[in-house]
Design a protein around this ligand. Structure first.
Ligand SMILES: C[S@@+](CC[C@H](N)C(=O)[O-])C[C@H]1O[C@@H](n2cnc3c(N)ncnc32)[C@H](O)[C@@H]1O
Length: 275
């Protein structure tokens, strides 16, 4: 199923399948440990001061990015389409589609961790976020660059060897990552097409120092594209997958740093695009 949203038509891919996947995951028990590192990198690139700032955590999930922003003194509202993800978080939360956020252009900053890659027209999604940002406010987004991550690749290879095949929605997310947001130039083009000014893109390596083997495996296999599949195989099979994933990634953890691409931009001072 493919859905178009509102007049913006941000084109989130195969929404029902994505929501089923996110509804099923226990984000805080797995992926959050790694995503909180990514959240710190995102927040560090926010060009507006966060103390007392009104911030929207868009595609918040359980609120990992918002929690980091709150730590900097921001007043955060979380927005996500998945009620199950929001339920696992805390603080002010709104269940809504990021393509039609129910807000006036009032936020000092809109932060979106690993959300933009869910849209096959990411520039329309950026415009949607810019539309709820005050003039001269900031929009900050992260995605994954084309560069490989050896730990992800090792765990994915184990899953494949045990019969995992990437679901369609995940293949679509990967296609956007690679084709539309996977390089500094491409991502910057998306930001500008979404109406942002002062667009800066950084291709980073986010240190995963201190993440244990169990945490790395729980992160990767806890993501929707694997969690859904693991729930369908016999328990002993899932245990083998986890054990072999541990064996495969353990030698790779020393010095592990995850590639991440961060875009920051500002809504033009005179007008706000997307309105
Ligand atoms: C990869 S998770 C990232 C969660 C969180 N930002 C983090 O860093 O931990 C992507 C999130 O985007 C949400 N999402 C996907 N499409 C959405 C849409 N159209 N509107 C709102 N949220 C959406 C999913 O439900 C999921 O919680």
């Amino acid at each position: 199923m493919r859905r178009q949203f509102g007049v913006l038509g941000a084109g989130s891919r195969d929404d029902a399948a994505v929501m089923t996947a996110f509804d099923a995951v226990d984000w805080l028990a797995g992926p959050a440990r790694v995503y909180e590192r990514l959240a710190h990198a995102l927040v560090a690139h926010c060009p507006v001061a966060l103390t007392d700032a009104r911030v929207l955590d868009a595609g918040a999930g359980t609120g990992v990015v918002g929690t980091v922003a709150s730590g900097h003194g921001a007043d955060v509202v979380a927005l996500d389409l998945s009620a199950a993800m929001l339920r696992r978080g805390s603080g002010p939360r709104v269940q809504a589609d990021v393509a039609a956020p129910p807000f006036r252009p009032s936020f000092d900053a809109v932060l979106a961790g690993c959300l933009v890659n869910h849209f096959d027209r990411p520039e329309a999604m950026v415009a949607s976020l810019a539309g709820v940002t005050r003039p001269d406010g900031a929009v900050v987004l992260t995605s994954f660059p084309r560069r490989p991550d050896r730990v992800k690749e090792a765990i994915d290879a184990v899953a494949r060897a045990y019969g995992w095949e990437p679901p369609g929605w995940f293949r679509a997310v990967k296609a956007v990552q690679s084709g539309l947001t996977g390089t500094i130039e491409l991502f910057a083009t998306v930001g500008r097409a979404g109406g942002l000014e002062e667009v800066h893109v950084h291709d980073l390596d986010v240190a995963m120092t201190g993440v244990t083997v169990d945490e790395a495996v729980a992160y990767r296999l806890g993501l929707g594209q694997f969690a859904e599949w693991l729930a369908t195989v016999p328990a002993y099979w899932a245990d083998h997958v986890r054990e072999q994933a541990r064996v495969a990634c353990e030698p790779l953890l020393a010095g592990w740093a995850m590639p991440l691409i961060v875009l920051s931009g500002r809504v033009p001072a005179g007008t706000s695009p997307g309105r």
